[in-house]
Design a binder for this molecule. Sequence first.
Ligand code: SAH
Length: 342
Amino acid sequence: MNLKSMTLPELTAVIKELRQPAFRGKQVYSWLHKGVRSYDEMTNLPKGLRDTLAERYPICPPEVARKQVSQKDGTIKYLWRLSDGNCVETVLMRYHYGNTVCISTEVGCRMGCAFCASTLGGLVRRLEPFEMLDQVLFTQVDSGLPVSRIVLMGIGEPLDNFDNVMRFLELVNSPDGMNISMRHISLSTCGLVPKIDELAKRKLQLTLSVSLHAPNDEIRNQIMPVNRAYPSEELLAACRRYYEATSRRISFEYAMIDGVNDSEADARELLRRMKGLPAHFNLIPLNYVEESPLKPSSREAVARFQKILEDGGIPATVRRTLGGDIEASCGQLRRKYAKETT
Ligand code: SAH
């Protein structure tokens, strides 16, 4: 296992096996979580220990394959090349309440949503905990901007990489590391019901986002294959259980697709189905994906949909698009890069 995927007690055990005092464990942990690229940067460690660690536990930091900075809003998008040559995307968004990074959890994705660029080439592999942590650390180091919030909404399905994602959350939340509060973390899922139940058991204070995108199975089946395994009725039931277990209001994502899920009738049906489930809706005008015929809803359709939800008592915000000029959404940069380099 990469040292940076280890918790402090695990790493300390490794250090003790090397016949070093336990406090060295904390020193190494703290350096690693600052985003050093080499053990030689760990200036308060004895040279012998640095050399042994370098030999047995290479750090394998990601390299910047591409970096794009939005001229409009300062959003920065990184395409990282991992040590095995695979690439993943990370986006840094600058909000008034703090800098937020959107990280990837897998190389590719096997969920097959019709509107999403990340899934077009299928799943290549899942990310290790340190590879998720590195996206946060090296985005912070490279940009020089402190990161205070994390969203797991980049490439991949976080709950399809459950154990590694749970370990990543523990690492990034650790007081000896980045110490990012769970309340400043959002995890987005397309709706893997058994995993939502598993997550509920952990009672984390993070925000769960559910990509709903449709008021019923007929529409959801067309755009999200996962709905055939876990129909919307079961998904909403799992959301209710999640709320009961955690008392955390769920945030629902709803990508507005012209003529597919954006009618008044769709909004009314959605309202009915959400009865009694405390929720917040994020309405996202669809981002164009080159390979897909789907188009974003008109501004009027989005406004009408929002009003129906709000009048029915469900808070709904229309998501501001950041980084529109730099393809800052959902696997688009990775695909473009792959096309250009092969
Ligand atoms: N797999 C997770 C997280 C990654 S995607 C999930 O499905 O939730 C993050 C969000 O972007 C999801 O809500 C996803 O449905 C949405 N999304 C994907 N492609 C999009 C597009 N072209 N336009 C708007 N939203 C999109």
